[in-house]
Design a protein around this ligand. Structure first.
Ligand SMILES: *Cc1c(COP(=O)(O)O)cnc(C)c1O
Length: 466
């Protein structure tokens, strides 16, 4: 028979995690104001809050930690990372930052002005936050298929070229500082963008004289999907595909906490010397000198190794395979999840599970809380709480999708953990009609409210509410 994939590593060190009782979890989540971000990690058994900064480093990365050069200026680890960025992405200009949103803050300080429009495919929440904080607008041009969780489209992260061109054509060029394409598209479910789509977006960007940037957190997973799903790409290496993808753009922001497989870090990559020079000033103000940008030398060194490990086909096959393993289990239990399965996470469709909870009572958040109580599994709401209020009208925004994201950290959990998680989700799914209270907001911050929101259970569900 054909041999299945298996993780291309064995385990050298373990970290103990503990199970808790349901009554303990009831108490903890109530004290946490029903916000899963407020839980202590010891109160969580399987932590699928995020795949960001939660991955396990390799022995070679830990070796790099020891080799890190902590010089304030001109660190050898900076040059090693700069060389890796040039080799993998092809960009000559590079600025380290302490994480992805810091890269956004630095670069957008140069590029984004009040009233600007920034088109792209479902902008990530911090990206949108940094755009709206500057009183500019993020315009979502993702293809419509992305918003139907049942449609099985190979590249649901793709940009709708018609929507994009309408924005480019109907607005003055000066009002559009750049187009940003997120790889893979986090907000629409870890869905990839095809190389063909990137080519077309790049062509449109050139036609209208607008810069193209990539929000690059999961560049390697995106390239893996291109290899697996795009005609003509099967026999090419991940590294070759990444090189093609990045040749089409003018720059990148990166959260290294994802496909960099490190616990902290980010960077900016650019082709243009002028923008690099302007960004350097903001980097020094906000992050640190240009050769460390808020990162320790050892962390830059570990990242220079991690960027290459993420390009390993066997790693990607096991990683994406484990996510799909969880997805298939959930599907077999009848749980509605976004199709096809994402690269880093499975997204449970809360609109389909809790349609009897009014959308104003935050279905996905309600489901995420139930899942925690059921099994100590921590996921995250990607729904109306995260969608925040409209910056102009201050009305709540209700996105088409109410999802609970189960993000899988890289190289951390085994498939037994996936089986445990799937069983906990299945139990909640079985008792879904007995979930009769939604959530209401007691306190929210002005921007990025989901991190600190305080919630309480609604008193009782109105009968027949739809
Ligand atoms: C995580 C992430 C960011 C922000 O990066 P941080 O390192 O969390 O600051 C930006 N964009 C995407 C697509 C991300 O996944």
């Amino acid at each position: 028979m054909e041999l299945p994939y298996a993780e291309p590593f064995k385990i050298k060190m373990i970290e103990t995690i503990r199970r808790s009782t349901r009554s303990e979890r009831e108490e903890w989540i109530s004290k946490a104001n029903f916000n899963l971000f407020n839980l202590r990690s010891e109160q969580v058994f399987v932590d699928l809050l995020t795949d960001s900064g939660t991955g396990a480093m390799s022995d070679l990365q830990w070796a790099e930690i020891m080799k890190g050069d902590e010089s304030y200026a001109g660190s050898a680890s900076y040059y090693k990372l700069k060389a890796a960025v040039k080799d993998i992405f092809g960009y000559d200009y590079f600025l380290p930052t302490h994480q992805g949103r810091a890269a956004e803050n630095v670069l957008f300080s140069v590029l984004v002005k009040e009233g600007n429009l920034v088109p792209g495919n479902s902008h990530f929440d911090t990206t949108k936050g940094h755009i709206e904080f500057r009183k500019a607008h993020a315009i979502d041009c993702t293809i419509d298929e992305a918003f139907d969780t049942t449609v099985d489209h190979p590249f649901k992260g793709n940009v709708d070229l018609g929507k994009l061109e309408a924005v480019l054509k109907n607005n003055p060029k000066e009002s559009i500082p750049f187009i940003i394409v997120t790889l893979t598209c986090n907000s629409s479910g870890g869905q990839p963008v095809s190389l063909e789509n990137l080519r077309q977006v790049s062509a449109l960007a050139k036609k209208y004289g607008i810069m193209l940037l990539y929000d690059s957190a999961r560049y390697a997973e995106n390239a893996y999907f291109i290899k697996k799903r795009e005609p003509g790409q099967q026999n090419r290496s991940i590294k070759e595909i990444v090189a093609d993808m990045y040749a089409l753009a003018d720059g990148m922001t990166m959260s290294s906490k994802k496909d960099g497989i490190v616990n902290i870090g980010g960077f900016i990559g650019l082709k243009d010397a002028g923008i690099f020079e302007q960004a350097s000033v903001f980097n020094i103000m906000f992050e640190g000198f240009v050769t460390y940008g808020g990162m320790a030398g050892r962390d830059m060194a570990a990242l220079s190794q991690g960027l290459y490990e993420a390009l390993d086909y066997n790693f990607l096959e096991a990683r994406v395979g484990q996510v799909a393993y969880l997805g298939k289990l959930l599907t077999s239990y009848g749980v509605p999840v976004q199709m096809p399965y994402g690269g880093h996470a499975i997204f449970i469709d809360a609109n389909k599970i809790l349609p009897h909870i009014p959308k104003e009572q935050f279905r996905a958040q309600t489901l995420a809380v139930e899942l925690y109580i059921e099994g100590g599994v921590r996921g995250v709401e990607i729904g109306a709480i995260m969608a925040d209020r409209d910056p102009v009208t201050h009305e709540n925004r209700y996105p088409d999708l109410e999802l609970v994201r189960l993000a899988i950290p890289r190289r951390v959990y085994t498939n037994n953990h996936m089986e445990y998680v799937a069983a906990a989700v299945a139990n909640v799914f079985e008792r879904r009609s007995s979930v009769t209270c939604g959530m209401e907001i007691e306190y929210e911050a002005q921007i990025l409210r989901h991190f600190t929101v305080r919630l309480k259970r609604t008193a009782a569900l109105m009968a027949h509410a739809k």
